[in-house]
Design a protein around this ligand. Structure first.
Ligand SMILES: NC(=O)C1=CN([C@@H]2O[C@H](COP(=O)(O)OP(=O)(O)OC[C@H]3O[C@@H](n4cnc5c(N)ncnc54)[C@H](OP(=O)(O)O)[C@@H]3O)[C@@H](O)[C@H]2O)C=CC1
Ligand SMILES: Nc1nc(=O)c2c([nH]1)NC[C@@H]1CN(c3ccc(C(=O)N[C@@H](CCC(=O)O)C(=O)O)cc3)C=[N+]21
Length: 285
């Protein structure tokens, strides 16, 4: 039976460290601040942004939520980002995805000041990550949280076959760079992959982020592999599941993340941690 990677417990540990760092910064009269921008009324996005807001307040981070209707214009969103870029009390800006169809996500992420880009999606930050540059810059929170989980559970990456299913800018692409920078041999597959099982069966570390429930079955996974399930899917019966057939895959994997309680809580914890990082870098370099 696989080790269950407890994202919730690890997130608690990270949050406790973040809370201590916030308290120290407050003694220097610095209170980290995050702004979350939400356009439209997608119910899942609303829940996530509220959760982020609550967690920030709990850790002592200032948090503001800027809500816009689904028919907001790109100009209005850009004007808000410009205001936040110039607001000295804001260290971190997150624009919740997905955005309404009339908004071009690339234009939005490019408009966020790289120093306040807590999602690490600005092309400058993503470019630094791909170039494996030294120094301080933000990295997408879900991928950074996954790397933390792998480190905490002692998963060796060097020379190992890592396979990522899903190639979004939010998850797959930054993860490709992080794993590559950690000297893993990385394969990335999307919906056009021919014979996906032949790729996933080769993975020592398998990371799945597609939004397709039960995409990965036990026979698709090499026995003894480490499986990270990023997917969040709400079934018609209300149950929350990932992209991996958890009950069967756990029988032969070495370690696996559950949904809920795996990657999700680590994403939020990393978002808070990186908000404090940005505040520190902005004030102290
Ligand atoms: N736990 C967490 O913290 C987070 C969870 N998520 C969840 O992770 C999932 C993915 O999110 P995100 O990356 O934003 O999603 P996107 O919808 O942006 O991307 C999905 C990716 O999966 C690929 N894909 C879809 N179906 C298949 C398939 N059958 N076989 C192979 N590849 C497939 C797509 O391929 P192609 O490019 O070819 O279209 C695409 O690259 C969602 O369920 C989301 O809710 C997301 C962020 C954080
Ligand atoms: N700009 C941007 N950055 C993001 O990081 C971003 C985004 N947009 N859009 C949507 C996705 C999704 N995402 C999640 C975060 C936490 C949980 C989470 O906490 N999940 C809990 C359960 C939550 C529940 O019960 O619904 C868990 O897995 O245990 C899930 C998903 C961040 N995303």
């Amino acid at each position: 039976m696989a080790t269950i990677i407890d994202g919730k417990a690890l997130a608690k540990k990270v949050n406790a460290q973040t809370q201590e760092r916030v308290a120290k910064l407050k003694k220097q009269n610095i209170t980290p601040g995050i702004a979350v921008v939400l356009a439209g009324d997608d119910p899942a996005s609303l829940i996530y942004t509220r959760n982020k807001h609550k967690k920030a307040i709990k850790l002592g981070i200032n948090s503001i939520l800027k809500k816009f209707p689904a028919d907001v214009s790109q100009e209005e969103l850009l004007a808000e980002i410009d205001r936040l870029n110039n607001d000295d009390s804001i260290d971190a800006i997150l624009v919740q995805q997905p955005l309404p169809a009339q908004i071009d996500p690339e234009t939005i992420t490019s408009a966020i000041l790289p120093e306040k880009d807590v999602d690490g999606l600005n092309p400058l930050n993503l470019g630094k990550l791909y170039a494996n540059q030294r120094g301080n810059y933000p990295v997408a929170c879900t991928p950074r949280g996954i790397m933390r989980m792998l480190t905490e559970y002692g998963v060796d990456l060097e020379g190992q076959n890592a396979v990522i299913v899903g190639r979004s800018i939010l998850v797959g692409k930054p993860l490709l760079a992080l794993l590559n920078n950690a000297n893993a041999t990385v394969t990335m597959a999307g919906s056009k992959a021919v014979n996906l099982p032949s790729l996933t069966q080769n993975a020592d570390i398998l990371i799945v982020a597609t939004g397709t429930p039960s995409l990965i079955k036990q026979t698709d996974v090499k026995p003894g592999a480490v499986v990270i399930d990023v997917g969040i899917n709400r079934l018609s019966n209300g149950k929350l599941v990932g992209d991996v057939d958890f009950e069967n895959v756990k029988k032969s994997a070495k370690a696996i993340t559950p949904v809920p309680g795996g990657v999700g809580p680590m994403t939020i914890a990393t978002l808070m941690e990186q908000t404090v990082d940005l505040a520190q870098w902005r004030h102290h370099g």
